[in-house]
Design a protein around this ligand. Structure first.
Ligand SMILES: N[C@@H](CCC(=O)N[C@@H](CS)C(=O)NCC(=O)O)C(=O)O
Length: 252
């Protein structure tokens, strides 16, 4: 076992059926772009927050792709992963012979190949806002990421949030409140999910896992994200995963 597997080998019954929304998203990608199959390397669906972000972005772009599961702890898999992503990190997208790693770069690449998918808002002011909060997610919130690692299966009712993580949470509440108030929800930039929602989806999962106290508007946004069919689809796979990590206090 080399640690890399492809979900395309799953029995048909386990594959998600295309929904009307998925077909609409697929139409946002031109036939030429669709024809040249894409691969996305990801790791654990229960623990890997960056994998979830990248996977949501590719799904939202409507680009057909194969998932490559990578066990980042296996030396063989790490060697193969190095061939896929110079950073040895997941996610990494390969499409038309182009490799893109780093989730923000993947999102920007997808916006280029599927401009009609609405991954970024069409209004330039909103687009700049969206890019800013995506960048903030990628480069910030290290205390929250370290002390509340994503663990989609877990539910902790009385988790003590330490002050530095709470400061990160407060800033996220500020970002969400601002976006939902300005653009009217239910997603951060209005009626359709954008890259920003993919970026913050693992945060919604963490807030659910650790029962983080939120104002009603943000709690409702958290629930909207957790109820998204794509997030539910990912969650169903996460629940099936055999891997368990004892050290919950790591950023994975
Ligand atoms: N900022 C990077 C973060 C990617 C990242 O940290 N990925 C983790 C998984 S969630 C990883 O590949 N870890 C592998 C390792 O540490 O060996 C991105 O945007 O893609």
């Amino acid at each position: 076992m080399n640690g890399i597997s492809s979900t395309s080998r799953r029995p048909a019954a386990q594959r998600a059926r295309p929904t009307a929304k998925a077909s609409a998203r697929a139409k946002a990608v031109s036939p030429a772009v669709r024809a040249e199959g894409a691969r996305l390397s990801i790791s654990s669906k229960n623990y890997s927050s960056w994998s979830l972000r990248g996977w949501l972005m590719v799904k939202m772009a409507g680009l057909p792709f194969e998932e490559e599961r990578v066990d980042v702890d296996s030396p063989d898999a790490r060697a193969e992963l190095l061939l896929l992503a110079p950073s040895i990190l997941v996610p990494c997208l390969t499409h038309r012979g182009i490799r893109v790693w780093n989730t923000l770069a993947i999102g920007e690449y997808l916006h280029e190949v599927a401009p009609k998918a609405g991954l970024l808002p069409s209004d330039p002011v909103q687009r700049a806002h969206c890019r800013s909060i995506c960048g903030e997610m990628v480069s910030g919130f290290s205390a929250m990421r370290a002390s509340l690692p994503m663990n989609m299966r877990a539910r902790l009712k009385s988790f003590k949030v330490w002050s530095k993580a709470q400061a990160d949470i407060d800033r996220i509440i500020e970002i969400w409140t601002d976006c939902l108030g300005t653009y009217g929800g239910p997603y951060l930039f209005g009626e359709k999910p954008t890259l920003a929602d993919a970026m913050f989806a693992p945060v919604a999962s963490r807030f659910t896992t650790y029962a983080v106290s939120l104002p009603p508007l943000c709690a409702s946004y958290r629930d909207t994200i957790m109820a998204m069919p794509l997030v539910q689809q990912w969650m169903a796979d996460a629940l099936q995963e055999p891997e368990e990590l004892d050290e919950l206090d790591m950023d994975f």
